[in-house]
Design a protein around this ligand. Structure first.
Ligand code: CP
Length: 329
């Protein structure tokens, strides 16, 4: 069950603001811990824009980004985040690694650990793979997306984008539409947004809707037009063909007709409703270009910008113990 929603950003006094060694998911985080990460990320937005005074607080630390699955945004933003904080950042792409020669995930993890990484960022196609590695290594591990399970930093950057553009997350009607069944982004967002007291609606064809979805504290819709009524935020997700076997939708054309976000359809949401998409987008399938590129309604590039700040915050907070930061060591 999700934790009770947070209605305040006050952290409980006398407790470590973020007591977790790893960030493997939003599941298990308390609302005030999510807010702490958002508040910490907020502090990096302006320095990232002005690049005025570099803060190399991770100098001397080694960050390994081990990506067993393709990525543009997450890999690059973790790399930029680590480098802006002064870490030595090394990227391991599975396609060029010994994984291709049959090495097991555990052996790869033990190898990375033996190189004395100070923090490891992992993307993997299997749900639970990040937790498996976290249990085998001596340093903090950050989940950059594992299978259909979770993508916690994506949910954090989405929440930060919503908070900045709408003023708050609490009470916002957020519609998440697309392939809910296969989406780790949907799962992490349902957990984070309900924890922050948003009203979350999920919308998908019945074939792409997980059973017992209401256990997440969200309302499920198969009619996109109905789901959009009065929405403050519309988050579109792509159909995850790489995680499917068999036909979950009759055709992309039909999917677009029923679930694609067009300007006409967006008119059902509030006049100032915000449009989000984690990327990569399939233009003309789940979202039309005139929505994706809309100057005032689309916050898709802002999400990417927030991604760097959120990942800087997560790298900073998870390495505080190792860096001997007062109160965290
Ligand atoms: N949103 C996201 O995870 O994008 P990438 O797959 O490009 O990292």
């Amino acid at each position: 069950m999700p934790p009770a929603p947070a209605t305040t950003s006050a952290y409980p006094p006398g407790r470590l603001a973020f007591p977790h060694r790893h960030l493997t998911g939003i599941m298990g985080l308390q609302p005030h811990e999510i807010l702490f990460l958002l508040d910490t990320a907020e502090e990096w937005i302006e320095p990232n824009r002005t690049r005025a005074a570099p803060d190399k607080r991770l100098a001397g630390l080694t960050q390994i980004n081990a990506f067993f699955e393709n990525s543009t945004r997450t890999l690059l933003s973790f790399e930029i985040a680590g480098k802006r904080l002064g870490a030595d950042v090394v990227n391991m792409h599975a396609a060029q690694s010994s994984v291709k020669k049959g090495e097991t995930l555990i052996d790869t993890a033990v190898t990375l650990n033996a190189m004395r990484a100070d923090v490891i960022v992992i993307r993997h196609m299997s749900s639970g793979a990040v937790r498996l590695i976290a249990d085998k290594v001596d340093c903090p591990v950050l989940n950059a997306g594992d299978g259909r399970h979770e993508h916690p930093t994506q949910a954090l950057l989405d929440a930060l984008t919503i908070r900045r553009r709408r003023g708050r997350v609490e009470g916002q009607r957020v519609v998440i539409c697309g392939d809910i069944l296969h989406s780790r982004v949907a799962r992490s967002n349902m957990l984070a947004l309900t924890a922050l007291a948003a009203e979350v609606r999920v919308c998908a064809p019945s074939t792409l809707m997980p059973p017992e979805i209401e256990a997440f504290g969200v309302a499920a819709f198969t009619d996109f037009d109905a789901a959009l009524e009065g929405a403050d935020v519309v988050m579109m997700l792509r159909v995850q063909n790489e995680r499917m076997s068999g036909g979950f939708i009759p055709s992309t054309r039909e999917f677009h007709a029923r679930y694609g976000l067009t300007l006409d359809r967006l008119a059902r949401a509030k006049p100032d409703a915000l449009v989000l998409h984690p990327g990569p987008m399939n233009r003309g399938v789940e979202i039309d270009s005139d929505v994706a590129d809309h100057l005032t309604r689309s916050a898709i590039t802002e999400q990417v910008e927030m991604g760097v700040a959120v990942r800087m915050a997560c790298l900073d907070v998870l390495t505080r113990g190792a860096r001997g930061v007062e109160g965290w060591a």
